[in-house]
Design a protein around this ligand. Structure first.
Ligand SMILES: [Zn+2]
Length: 239
């Protein structure tokens, strides 16, 4: 999931996770940037083992009850080697996993009467999104999906030329060779290719086109966009 930041139109990865502790309460933590794309994916891959996490420096807000959000200096450790983590682990294994966690905050519970049990609590079927054109019109909405990739269009522009410093799109430098980054206000001899790939995904309720950004597209394709472009050039020059 990425969010388009209004101020500069840059997309930022975001991932919501739900955490709980011995209090029997659960709260949503929004992870941003690398914590969302890299650490968040790591957490998702191991969610069935109910990882213990420690996050330092969180922003607290009262959005939908209480919610927490990482900031630039936040750090996140998974299954840290510390007594508190062991205590939490034994609580979770003995009784926590059987408990329905109530969300923190007053009005958040209304639509969540079943309690929040895992980070898949916002998972929906595709039809939930495709059948409601008003979704996301006023403000962005976020969901988790479990779907498979059924098609990747072969003739699309799968990547864009990005600034090596800030990852924003660069243009040809009009005053000479190289690439101009509007964000950094500078010219660079090289640029990076970053995926922005459109794939069709399917689940039992239907299908939809989804944009996949660099880190995730690398996982799907199995190499970087630069590498894929190199292969493509080799193949086309061989023909
Ligand atoms: Zn830049």
């Amino acid at each position: 999931m990425t969010i388009r930041r209004k101020i500069d139109n840059e997309t930022i990865p975001k991932r919501d996770i739900v955490v709980a502790d011995e209090s029997g309460k659960a709260v949503t933590v929004s992870l941003w940037n690398d914590l969302a794309s890299i650490t968040g994916q790591e957490l998702l891959d191991m969610v069935d083992s109910s990882p213990i996490i420690v996050i330092r420096s969180l922003k607290v807000s009262d959005f939908q009850g209480v919610s927490l959000s990482t900031v630039g200096k936040s750090t996140l450790a998974i299954n840290p080697d510390m007594p508190e983590a062991q205590k939490l682990r034994s609580w979770y294994d003995s009784e926590g996993k059987g408990t329905s966690m109530a969300p923190i905050g007053a009005d958040m519970g209304a639509s969540r009467t079943g309690g929040l049990k895992s980070m898949y609590s916002d998972r929906v079927f595709l039809s939930h999104i495709t059948s409601d054109p008003t979704l996301g019109q006023d403000k962005p909405v976020f969901f988790s999906l479990n779907a498979f990739i059924s098609h990747i269009k072969p003739d699309q522009n799968m990547w864009y030329r990005a600034c090596k410093t800030c990852n924003k799109k660069v243009t040809d430098y009009t005053l000479g060779s190289g690439y101009w980054c509007e964000g950094c206000q500078k010219n660079d001899a090289d640029c990076l290719l970053r995926y922005i790939m459109v794939v069709k995904v399917s689940d039992p309720t239907g299908e939809a086109w989804v944009s996949v950004f660099n880190e995730h597209a690398e996982k799907i394709i199995g190499c970087s966009a630069d590498e894929l472009d190199r292969i493509r050039k080799e193949v086309t020059s061989a023909i």
